[in-house]
Every structure is written in structure tokens, then in C-alpha cells.
Design a binder for this molecule. Structure first.
Ligand code: ZN
Length: 566
């Protein structure tokens, strides 16, 4: 990838519908070879053929998605994405057929010795989370997820004579004019109130079907299965419990102080929930460079951080692997998608000139950089990238490591940006913990009624966000706000990963203040590990403290208070 000459242009990569038949043939031949191989070299060669086929399949799926997101009006790629989505279940079933033979291969021990045991852990994990008897239930689970996402995406909210969707409403929710904010939040509250029963019903079915799947697979509750699905190889529910306790003890008091100061800044008698997004009296800082310069400035910033010019970002941009600015017919959101066959990541996002733009560029840039650094770390594509909490350290740390260069984007407002970013990071931690604790309670007791579930959320808000005041917003007042969080519906137990990653990233930030070079070395080592080890082992290997260490959280709480002069 650093050899920019050898890199293809994104526009020249040709999409071809991946063949399930070809993949199936490859899987069958790999299985046969693996079963009969007595020589580890022969077994490895068979596996690598399968890996090549898998990488090619994944690459075409990724390509279909990117091309569709770049122009949603093109029906061809919409159909291709639908095809790939449908093929997904079959492909993962075929993968698990290879894994089951791998696990019992006569050469397993030799293969582990030579290539590490991560692929074996993953194989075992998939075996424990999927089985043919739950396939129908999995389809039902996935349909319910689609239904929830679909309803939200079709939201039509009447506001100021306009009809808006949820993302179009969001600038009004943050408006500096309090009156506009109040009306926007009221409109949001009304919308969710009108969907409450539908979402209650969908969620209830989800909880029941997930519980059913877990019981069929032999687990006590869906929580256990949820942890397996998230591939938590080296930490437990008890570790997460005490992590949340530490956030409650050391971070929640800081957020109370932040809100108190916010209230004073605005001179309000009472900070209401519709006031929360406005941190600064004169508005949150926006980039001083124009959107057309994002590409160049980002390239320069990454070059300075990483000490290499042109930066990976320049190279990606020059070859068409970044698409930063929002436009008509482009999908919403932002992500970094890896094209395995080419070992090149693609950065997709929707910059629109607001405060979030820069944080998103550096966040996705961090994911892309890590993908490039670990492109050759394992012969198994499944092991190139680590579990999700670690991936989020790649991206979140980059947000903090670029702090010293924010003048490039924000000019004299750079310090305001840094303060806003740090403030939001701290406010996020209790919220993330709340989302996580909520799910534990829900899946521990799947027979709770919808009303009881809302009560649970209400009591968690009192615990983690004691400053929140809802006034006369009936949906939010009754404990409904969790319904806005799609992760709770679509990716159960994922959310705490962001919190773990934040603590690890804050640790790198703290080190960067004392010795930037040393923090950068650790960051690079972290990225280079890819997915060859489990979460805590990776941290240990690069010399980062575990986020489960109470003293680390306590220390970081003090350091961030210092930074924000609280
Ligand atoms: Zn991310």
C-alpha cells in the first residue's frame, strides 16, 4: 500500500457478482483436504486456498456496498447488495463447515504452533454461537432488526412547515435558539410516542427470540450468548460490572460538574434535556477550512502525526479510496470498509461543514491506518482485524493523537474543539454504561413487560445521568429514550466496547501529553497486532493498562479534569 505506484485506482476495480457455487466447491475441496491431510503443510495449503476464495468473496460484497452507498439511485448495486445480504447466511454456514473440520484436524496442534491459535478460537466460537437448529430463529431475529431500522429510516416529522426525517431534524435539536430546540425536541418526543407500541412489540419479540436461540444452544440466558457473539475471549460479565462501577464512581461526578458549568454558562435556572447538546454559549466550534480542503488538510495532519509524507490518507485519496463530502443520492453515515483482496481500506463519510466532520475523518482514518498496518499480519483474513473493542481503540486514539494538529482545521478555535471533544468523550462514558447495564437487566429477565423495561431505563438514567430533566415530554419522561439507540435493537451488547476503547484511548492521550513519541510507538504497535491476539493480551503486549484496572480509570478522571480545568 505504501508503494503508491502499485496501487490500483478505486474506479478501475471491477465489481463482479461473487459466485456462491464457486465458494461452495472451494469449501468442499478444503474440507476433504483438511480431513485427510497428515502433513501440516498440506493442511495449511488447503486452508490458504479457502482463505483466498473467502477474501475474494468478501471483497466483492464490500465493493457492492460501497458502490451502492456512493450512489443509492443506481438500482444495479441496490440489487447486488440485496443479493450479497441474502448470500451472507449461506456463506457463514459454509465457513463454519470449514471450521468444524479444522478443529478436529489431525494437524491442529502443528497448525496452532505455526500460525497461532486465534483462528482456532474463532472457529470454536462460531461453532458455539450458530447451529442448524437455530437458523430459522436467526432469520426471525434479523427480520425484526430490519423492521426497526426501516421504520426509523421512514420517519416523517412535521417541523416548521417541513417534513423531515430523523437526521434532518438533528441540527434543530442542537439549535442555539432555545425555542427552536424546545420545539424540535417536542417533535421528536411526539414521533417516538407515536411509535412506542410498535417498537415495544418489536423489541419484545427480539428479546424472546434471542432468549430462545440462547436456550437452544445450551446457554442460561441470551447474555451469555451475547458475550460469545461479541467474541469476549478474555474478560467476563463480572469485569464489565466492575468497569461500570468505576465509571459511576469516578466519571459521573465529573459529568455532573460539566453540566453544572454548562447551566451557569447559559444562565439557565434549570438545564433541561433539550439544552444538553449545546455545550458552548456561542455554538460548538466548526472547522475554519472549507470542505473542499478537508482532503488535503487531513493528509497533512496524518503526515505530521505519523511522520511520513505523503501520508496513507494522501495515497488513499489520490487513488480514489476516500469519499468525504455529503451529496444527493449518497447514503448517510460514515465508515471504513476493507477490501481484503487488495489490502486497501475505503473511507466513506458525509461531511457537511459541522463540528462532527473532523472527528469523523480522524476516527475513520484511524480505522484505515490500522487496516493497512495489519494487512499482512496473518495468513487468515479472519485474523487481520481484532475484536471490536480493539478496533475502536485504533480509531478513537487517533481522535486524541491528532489534538496537537487541530489548528490546521480549526485555526484559533482549536482549543475549543479539543475541549468539546474531551467533554463529549467524558459524557459518553456513563451513557455507554447505561446502555450496557440496561441490556443485562433486560436479558436476565426476558419476561419483563414493556412498561417494566421503561421503568428500568428510568432508574438507570437517575443513576448515570442524574442531571437529566425531561419536563413535559411524555415519551422521554416515562423512560423511553433507549428506543432511539439502534445498537440496543440491532447489535446487542456491542455498546460497552466503545467505552472500553475510550478508556484505552484516554490512556494513550495521557501518555502523549508527557511523551508523544512513546504514545505513538504504542499506537503503532497496537495497529500492527491486527487480530492475532485477544483484547487484554494485545494491551499487555503494547504496554497499555487494562480498562478493567480501577486505578487507571481513577487516574484518567483526574487527568481529564485537569485538562478541562474542572
Ligand atoms: Zn469506529
Amino acid at each position: 500500500m505504501t508503494e503508491s505506484k502499485m496501487m490500483p485506482d478505486f474506479g478501475k476495480i471491477v465489481y463482479q457478482r461473487p459466485s456462491i457455487e464457486k465458494f461452495k466447491e472451494c469449501v468442499q475441496s478444503t474440507r476433504l483436504k483438511l480431513m485427510s491431510a497428515r502433513d501440516p503443510e498440506v493442511a495449511a495449503a488447503a486452508l490458504f486456498e479457502y482463505e483466498k476464495e473467502l477474501a475474494s468473496f468478501d471483497t466483492m460484497v464490500a465493493l457492492a456496498n460501497i458502490l451502492h452507498d456512493l450512489d443509492t439511485s443506481d438500482q444495479y448495486y441496490a440489487d447486488e447488495v440485496a443479493f450479497c445480504d441474502e448470500a451472507g447466511a449461506t456463506v457463514s454456514d459454509l465457513c463454519s463447515a470449514v471450521y468444524s473440520v479444522l478443529l478436529s484436524s489431525p494437524c491442529a496442534e502443528e497448525l496452532k504452533e505455526k500460525y497461532g491459535d486465534m483462528i482456532f478460537r474463532k472457529a470454536q466460537n462460531l461453532k458455539e454461537t450458530v447451529s442448524s437448529e437455530v437458523i430459522d430463529d436467526l432469520v426471525e431475529e434479523s427480520n425484526l432488526e430490519t423492521e426497526y431500522v426501516q421504520i426509523q429510516s421512514e420517519a416523517e416529522i412535521k417541523f416548521d412547515g417541513k417534513t423531515l426525517n430523523l437526521s434532518m431534524l438533528s441540527p434543530y435539536l442542537e439549535s442555539l435558539d432555545r425555542n427552536t430546540r424546545i420545539r424540535a425536541h417536542k417533535a421528536l418526543d411526539d414521533y417516538y410516542m407515536s411509535k412506542k407500541e410498535t417498537f415495544d412489540e418489536i423489541f419484545d419479540k427480539m428479546v424472546k427470540v434471542r432468549t430462545k436461540i440462547a436456550l437452544k444452544l445450551g446457554y442460561k440466558s441470551f447474555t451469555e450468548l451475547g458475550y460469545k457473539r461479541m467474541e469476549r475471549y478474555d474478560y467476563t460479565r463480572e469485569d464489565i460490572d466492575s468497569f461500570r462501577e468505576s465509571i459511576l464512581k469516578y466519571i459521573v461526578p465529573i459529568t455532573k460538574k460539566i453540566r453544572e458549568l454548562q447551566k451557569e454558562r447559559f444562565g439557565y435556572e434549570q438545564l433541561m434535556f433539550y439544552d444538553l447538546p449545546c455545550i458552548f454559549k456561542h455554538g460548538n466550534p466548526v472547522p475554519s477550512v472549507s470542505m473542499n480542503d478537508y482532503r488535503k488538510v487531513s493528509g497533512d495532519v496524518f503526515a505530521e502525526v505519523l511522520g511520513a509524507k505523503p501520508s496513507f490518507f494522501d495515497v488513499l485519496s489520490d487513488h480514489g479510496f476516500t469519499d468525504l463530502i455529503s451529496r444527493k443520492a449518497k447514503s448517510t453515515g460514515g465508515y471504513c470498509m476493507y477490501l481484503e483482496e487488495y489490502a486497501i481500506p475505503f473511507i466513506f463519510m458525509n461531511a457537511n461543514g459541522t463540528a462532527d466532520d473532523v472527528a469523523t475523518i480522524v476516527h475513520e482514518g484511524g480505522h484505515a491506518y490500522a487496516a493497512i498496518k495489519s494487512a499482512e499480519v496473518s495468513p487468515f483474513v479472519e485474523c487481520l482485524s481484532p475484536t471490536l473493542e480493539t478496533c475502536e481503540i485504533h480509531s478513537t486514539s487517533m481522535e486524541f493523537l491528532t489534538y496537537p494538529y487541530m489548528e490546521r482545521f480549526y485555526g484559533e478555535n482549536a482549543q475549543a474543539y479539543r475541549e468539546l471533544h474531551m467533554t463529549q468523550a467524558l459524557l459518553f462514558l456513563p451513557y455507554g454504561c447505561m446502555v450496557d447495564e440496561f441490556q443485562h437487566i433486560i436479558y436476565d429477565d426476558p419476561d419483563l413487560t414493556p412498561e417494566q423495561r421503561h421503568e428500568v431505563w428510568k432508574s438507570l438514567e437517575e443513576k448515570y445521568q442524574p442531571f437529566i430533566r425531561y419536563d413535559d415530554h411524555p415519551f422521554h419522561s416515562m423512560g423511553g429514550a433507549w428506543m432511539k439507540k439502534d445498537h440496543i435493537f440491532t447489535t446487542p451488547f456491542y455498546y460497552i466496547d466503545y467505552c472500553l476503547a475510550h478508556i484505552c484511548s484516554l490512556e494513550l492521550w495521557d501518555e502523549s501529553l508527557i511523551d508523544y513519541k512513546s504514545a505513538l510507538i504504542k499506537y503503532n504497535q497496537l495497529c500492527e497486532c491486527g487480530g492475532t491476539e485477544t483484547f487484554l493480551k494485545i494491551l499487555e503486549g503494547v504496554g497499555l493498562a487494562s480498562p478493567f484496572d480501577v486505578d487507571t480509570i481513577k487516574r484518567l478522571a483526574f487527568r481529564t479534569c485537569d485538562f478541562l480545568e474542572l
